[in-house]
Design a protein around this ligand. Sequence first.
Ligand SMILES: [Fe+2]
Length: 205
Amino acid sequence: MDAFNLLKTDHQKVAELFDQLESSNGKAKLRVFEQIKTELELHTHIEETIFYPALEKPKQTHELVLEAYEEHDVVKQLLEELSTAKSADEEWEAQAKVLRENVEHHVEEEENELFKKTRAALSEEEIETLGEQMENEKKRMQGTRGSKSSAKKSGGAKKSASKTKSASTAAKRARTSKKGPSKSGSKSSASKRSRSSKKSASKKR
Ligand SMILES: [Fe+2]
């Protein structure tokens, strides 16, 4: 399956779940929301570790993909906030609506702009390969979710999980690098903290 078909199928599935969310009530609503959360987490994961990194370098897709990472962050934050609720009250409903709007905007931009520019930046073969990689990673993740304990026992799954983690860290690094020296700033405040704690420890003696 090529990358576009795979991602479009995901988008369609999430759109249907959002329709279900609107027509359900009470606990059922929260259950549908959990399904949306699982789907979106899986979808953003395969995009951020496989699809987007391949689009960071080409100049046709560079800017759009950086924007896409940021949009994912907003979606993840909303998912996190929504998932803490014990019931779907009015405020929750409003926030869920904002989530849907954000997802729809993101999907539209992907399908109408990013995919078109990806076709200009990558070969058909590369697009096909990315699709296969995302499909495999999705299956691997679904397997891990289904049997967490067996994944822990298996060394192979553990190895590939750490590989994925480093890929997403690399993606994050690429994004934060343009934001400047925040990393070194936090490092120095951390070392200040450790210095002052040493000081107070020596005072006690
Ligand atoms: Fe996306």
